[in-house]
Design a binder for this molecule. Sequence first.
Ligand code: AMP
Ligand code: ZN
Length: 468
Amino acid sequence: MNVYNSLSRRVEELKPLEGNVVRLYTCGPTVYNFAHIGNFRAYTFEDVLRRVIQFCGMGVKQVMNLTDVDDKTIRNANANGVALGDYTQTYKDAFFADLKTLNIQPAEVYPAATDHIPEMIALVAKLVEKGIAYQSDDGSVYFSVRKFPGYGKLAHIDFDHQQTGLRCAADEYDKENVGDFALWKAWEESDGPVGWDSPWGRGRPGWHIECSAMSMKYLGESFDLHTGGIDNLFPHHENEIAQAEAATGKQFVRTWMHCAHLKVNGEKMSKSAGNFFTLRDLVEKGYTGREIRYVLVNAHYRTGLNFAFSALEDARRSLARVDECVDKLEAAAAGAAGDLAAAPAFAAKCLEDFTAAVSDDLNLPRGFAALFELVRGANAAMQSGGLKPAEAAAVLAVFRRMDEVLGVVFFGRAKAEAVPAEIQALVDRRAAARAAKDWAESDRIRDELAAAGWAVKDSKSGQQLSRI
Ligand code: AMP
Ligand code: ZN
């Protein structure tokens, strides 16, 4: 498996540093509001990444942090007059529900920042001890950028000419304003009840120290892979490297990967620009999680993606083609077990292309092309003389194998789950009518189902339901 490493700026082979498990840290959400689909571009990219790692035969241990203390969470909790923990819980719950909607595989660990304050304090203390961090007049602790010679190696910027002594209290800033950044922020009036005692007085951690402390806790001082959206590269990830490596003297992370932005009319989708849709906005408009997932993952992760509703409509049409083909194959397989090794030549070729594509820096556009080639090949084979049940089952096994990465194909069971309760009730009544050989009633219910948009076909294994 090859991936583009933002640190070396080269495509390199991804091999675990130890054993066969890739240790992966993915920067998670700030739980002050519902995540927007720009955020979900990052999380679906990371989901595809972990799926490809497993597809290529390696294990994965993924850690995704929940930022539940920062300027925004504190501001909103205090403005609403609720405790910080109560405020963020709502958005943590919403985040996990959204992950399910998008069929994102859960990470192995979801550490929350507020549960790891002692680890962050210990890391800051180590940096102070080493003379790399210092306390300023206001009680905050800053990282002295000029004390870490490697500063700038991820962003590929030579900071030697930078002035020293500048300080930046905000978590986010641009390259022009680089300076010493806050590791620990002294308590301020606006923090209200939020704060923890530390050797430097009451305060709270900076955003960057959170990720260094929690990643090293769960993945070790040196680990394989760290990812996020491209906006995380500087200063967040640069600062994470500085904090970790200055403290341990070891390489923090071998490979860094960043996804390009989801845009709206050419501009980054963001809360601050107000040009965003949450996942819930789109679901309310009638789009399904898998249609949204399809749009998000069907572009190369390093290419900017412009959000448009027409893409969701295209996704619906494309997925309907896949559904129709899988339906027919399931009927043709008639319950036969699928064996990848028995796949007809056209399907084996598609799987080969798919495997080459996804293991080449997650080339999902080429992966989807292989999926649709499989749809075309399967339809053609079924039309001309048909496939034997074992062959149809083997083609289905190829779809399944591809879907381990894609996560958008509905197989029989998933489809049954998607059937609304009132439709299932009609199907059940029809089954009873057929058992009683009441063909008139069976036909009447079939018409009723058709009027509701569902086609029913009778096969040896029972009724097969599909959308009209
Ligand atoms: P935040 O909650 O702002 O820290 O962002 C969470 C994750 O979403 C980070 O990995 C960001 O880089 C990523 N992200 C934010 N906006 C976008 C966007 N428009 N497109 C892609 N990724 C984004
Ligand atoms: Zn982070």
